[in-house]
Design a binder for this molecule. Structure first.
Ligand SMILES: Cc1cc2nc3c(=O)[nH]c(=O)nc-3n(C[C@H](O)[C@H](O)[C@H](O)COP(=O)(O)OP(=O)(O)OC[C@H]3O[C@@H](n4cnc5c(N)ncnc54)[C@H](O)[C@@H]3O)c2cc1C
Length: 330
């Protein structure tokens, strides 16, 4: 009946239809994290139907927000006190129950502390290999990720029936929360309480500055700053540029700043429009976290510092002179 060509079209359409992705939303009940919007964009790139799971205590506003995103067909909501603190121990059985009911081919979450805690557990329970921190989607089975602290790029073809994936948010544009009107349903009910953990409390660092992972401009300081007090130089400059302030691990380890400011392989991955590295040598572990920034500026007194190899603009100067001068001119 079918010509070879029409049979191919028939099969590929059917495959696309059978493919379905679940995005596990990161949110604070009120609002979605920006990383969820980036993850949604990766899910759309995979193709097929996209559903989103929103689990929390009173997470109606977050669910309503994601239901407005174009390309989301269904939002599954699970509201319970057991999800307080968004612990992996309570969310994992919920995701497994949801998977059991809907048989998704892909399960995605952002490669943030949230997603990194949950999805490896989900993968282990489903007996599949987790695919972590992807930076690209070639097709529904083929993904791109970095290895060796970002020094090599790997394309992998996943053979598991269910692909469990964390997504590097800086590698995908944020999906706008408009243009759609997905159905909002209840996620499968169940007893998701865990005897292993109990959420006690959470202390969040409060800042009026932009959040590091979504900031358009970042000023980052390293060991060259010499003390925590000297970071004031960077905060003054950041105020002028509406920038977030980050740091190298050496600056964090020396106690100059808190570790949530750390950028790099074992810190946060950022890709702002402008990254100004001040008194940072440019070790590969630091570059792994910032080298995708659009414009990199380095201020360092050592002309041989490796940071100059990745920077678009380099200033060989004493930071204690150059930074106040720069701030004064802005
Ligand atoms: C497994 C592993 C994971 C790691 N993860 C990370 C990570 O996530 N993030 C990270 O940053 N590092 C990480 N590191 C550490 C990394 O290897 C480097 O040690 C660290 O990045 C160095 O930080 P730094 O550039 O601030 O310090 P240094 O390497 O000491 O550089 C300081 C720079 O300041 C310059 N300087 C000094 N005084 C002045 C001045 N007055 N004016 C201008 N410039 C000046 C110096 O010329 C020098 O280039 C990791 C290491 C390992 C082994």
């Amino acid at each position: 009946m079918f010509s070879p060509c029409s049979r191919h079209v028939f099969f590929s359409t059917q495959l696309r239809r059978l493919q379905s992705t679940l995005v596990v939303a990161e949110h604070n009940n009120e609002a979605l994290s920006a990383a969820t919007q980036n993850t949604l964009s990766a899910a759309k790139k995979i193709g097929g139907e996209v559903s989103v799971l929103v689990a929390g205590t009173k997470c109606g506003p977050a669910a309503e927000a994601i239901a407005k995103a174009n390309g989301v067909s269904k939002v599954l909501v699970a509201e319970s006190e057991v999800f307080k603190g968004f612990t992996a121990e309570t969310l994992t059985p919920l995701i497994l129950a949801t998977q059991n009911q809907f048989k998704f081919t892909h399960i995605l979450a952002p490669a943030t502390a949230f997603g990194k805690a949950i999805l490896p557990r989900v993968a282990a329970k489903l007996d599949v290999s987790p695919i972590t921190d992807i930076i690209g989607v070639k097709d529904a089975n083929t993904f791109i990720r970095t290895i060796y602290a970002g020094n090599a790029v790997l394309t992998l073809e996943a053979k598991d029936a269910i692909k469990v994936i964390t997504v590097r948010s800086t590698a995908f544009p944020p999906e706008p929360l408009e243009g759609g009107s997905a159905a909002v349903d209840k996620a499968p009910a169940g007893d998701y309480k865990s005897d292993l953990v109990q959420f006690v409390s959470q202390e969040l660092a409060k800042s009026d500055r932009p959040e590091l992972t979504s900031a358009k401009n970042i000023i980052s300081g390293g060991r060259g700053l010499k003390s925590g007090d000297n970071f004031k130089l960077l905060y003054d400059l950041a105020d002028k540029l509406n920038a977030a302030v980050g740091a190298s691990r050496a600056a964090v380890d020396a106690g100059f700043v808190a570790n949530d400011l750390q950028i790099g392989q074992t810190g946060k991955i950022v890709a702002p429009d402008l990254y100004i590295a001040v008194g940072i040598s440019g070790a590969i572990q630091h570059l792994a976290g910032m080298k995708d920034s659009k414009t990199i500026v380095a201020i360092n007194k050592d002309p041989e510092a490796p940071i100059f190899q990745v920077s678009d603009y380099g200033l060989v100067a004493d930071l204690f002179k150059a930074v106040p001068e720069l701030t004064g001119k802005l």
